[in-house]
Design a protein around this ligand. Structure first.
Ligand SMILES: Nc1ncnc2c1ncn2[C@@H]1O[C@H](COP(=O)(O)OP(=O)(O)OP(=O)(O)O)[C@@H](O)[C@H]1O
Length: 226
């Protein structure tokens, strides 16, 4: 479970987030939506500990982690997949995974969620498609065994015909029940289908929130049209 309580944060003296409160329940999945520049990545960076709060608190499984460094949060079960499908391009898919764990059983377990990667283990990551590289980035983070997974725009820069593949991976993860997920995603339909609740962030403030599902589509579109 992850909670941001009344978080105000930004860069230098510039405030980007103002009094933001977000809760991801244990085993639940939450989507954050909003226009470019609304502060979504900033919110995730605060959750992970890459950016300090100006005020407010971050709680992980009920414990106050506001002052903990990112590596200490990871040790407590936080996993973060930043934007950009990051991988080491000269290394193979398998070698990229082995940077986190050389336990073949653990790698096999994670690959169950990424059947597309199984046949690509010997291929250099630099030769993978954007969608495949995104799956590799998520798989690598899953190898750290997180209970709380943070995904920043997994479909960013992905060809439209592969977005459904990423959606099915994310949906499989959010359906697991033993993993909490915080998802930033521009594709509103995908975000609502794969999560249980949503928040809309506009100019650093939460302007709308509610239960997810297809019924929320109109509410979110209206909130984002303002
Ligand atoms: N390192 C930084 N230094 C100064 N300002 C920054 C920095 N990173 C982001 N910002 C500013 O903070 C605001 C919010 O940026 P952020 O990346 O959190 O938005 P976002 O909602 O994730 O946008 P996008 O959908 O484009 O990724 C923007 O005005 C941005 O210019």
């Amino acid at each position: 479970m992850l909670e941001l309580r009344g978080v105000t944060a930004g860069y230098g003296r510039t405030r980007v987030l103002a009094d933001v409160t977000v809760e991801v329940p244990r085993g639940g999945a939450v989507a954050i939506m909003g226009h470019n520049g609304a502060g979504k990545t900033t919110l995730l960076r605060v959750a992970v500990g890459l950016l300090p709060v100006m005020s407010g608190q971050v709680l992980l499984d009920g414990a106050d982690v506001t002052r903990l460094r990112p590596n200490r949060r990871v040790a407590r079960g936080l996993g973060y997949v930043p934007q950009g499908q990051l991988s080491f391009p000269q290394m193979t898919t398998l070698e990229n995974l082995q940077l986190v764990s050389t336990d073949r059983a653990a790698i096999d377990g994670v690959l169950d969620t990424f059947p597309a990667l199984r046949g690509l283990l010997a291929r250099r990551a630099g030769l993978l498609s954007g969608g495949q590289r995104q799956q590799l980035a998520i798989a690598r983070t899953l190898l750290t065994g997180p209970r709380m997974l943070i995904l920043d725009e997994p479909t960013e820069g992905i060809q439209p015909n592969v977005v459904a593949e990423i959606e099915s991976v994310v949906t499989a993860l959010t359906a697991r029940g033993d993993l909490s997920v915080l998802l930033v995603e521009q594709h509103v339909g995908f975000a609502l289908r794969s999560t249980g609740s949503y928040y809309v962030l506009e100019s650093g403030r939460i302007t709308s929130s509610g239960a997810g599902g297809p019924d929320a589509l109109d509410a979110v579109r209206a909130a984002m049209a303002v």
